[in-house]
Design a protein around this ligand. Structure first.
Ligand SMILES: Nc1ncnc2c1ncn2[C@@H]1O[C@H](COP(=O)(O)OP(=O)(O)O)[C@@H](O)[C@H]1O
Ligand SMILES: [Mg+2]
Length: 205
């Protein structure tokens, strides 16, 4: 059960949520991403100081990428295009955006390959490409480099740093890697037994 999870996130920057297995990090992300209802309490999204209704418009600005994310049995292109297709973006605009995001995650050359034949690291990068294709305001990354080798971890960290530089998205991610948290995070939050605590550790030291 989550308790005392009040926390406000700004509109950009990288927040790193850390804590033991089972402490409630993934549950918090699912609830904050509006994929699960909390038994008590609420999640509020504000735009220009006004609380937003939890409608499809808001949900479309938020995306969650899970570790070992599933891909459809079709091309890298079609997997990356999924969110765009759902939002009615097709044709040239779709092709252009897919090309951009695949470039961004270094998978442009695999565009015609079946997504199920990618390595774990490439699959995770495609998951991120699919998520950012829709230009979300809020991107939740649950253990984006778990089960991933060093080379792919470096690529994924660079993707996160690039997104951070663009300042268009707030990223809320979990990791067990303290050094990674310091490399990427603007703020660190500790979760312990379902409770959030501001971390005393500065990510910049
Ligand atoms: N809907 C739910 N109902 C009851 N217990 C849940 C529910 N969702 C998660 N839990 C439990 O909450 C705990 C925290 O899980 P999780 O959020 O996955 O932790 P973490 O991601 O930090 O490892 C686990 O013991 C899990 O079984
Ligand atoms: Mg988890």
């Amino acid at each position: 059960m989550l308790q005392g999870c009040s926390y406000s996130f700004e509109q950009s920057g990288v927040y790193v949520l850390m804590g033991k297995n089972g402490s409630g990090k993934s549950t918090f992300l699912r609830i904050a991403a509006l994929l699960e209802m909390p038994d008590a309490g609420n999640v509020a999204y504000f735009s220009n100081g006004i609380a937003q209704a939890h409608d499809i418009e808001l949900r479309r600005k938020i995306t969650l990428v899970l570790p070992k994310i599933g891909m459809f049995n079709s091309s890298v292109y079609h997997n990356a295009a999924y969110g765009l297709k759902v939002r009615g973006i097709s044709g040239q605009a779709q092709a252009q955006r897919v090309s951009e995001v695949l470039n961004f995650v270094g998978l442009r050359h695999k565009i015609r390959q079946n997504a199920l034949t990618l390595s774990s690291g490439e699959t995770q990068r495609l998951g991120i490409a699919r998520a950012i294709a829709i230009e979300p305001d809020v991107l939740f990354l649950d253990e984006p480099t778990a089960f991933i080798d060093d080379d792919n971890t470096r690529i994924i960290e660079n993707i996160i740093l690039e997104l951070k530089k663009e300042q268009k998205t707030v990223i809320i991610m979990t990791t067990h890697d303290h050094l990674q948290a310091k490399r990427l995070g603007d703020a660190m939050i500790l979760m312990n037994k379902g409770q959030l605590h501001d971390s005393l550790l500065s990510p910049h030291v």
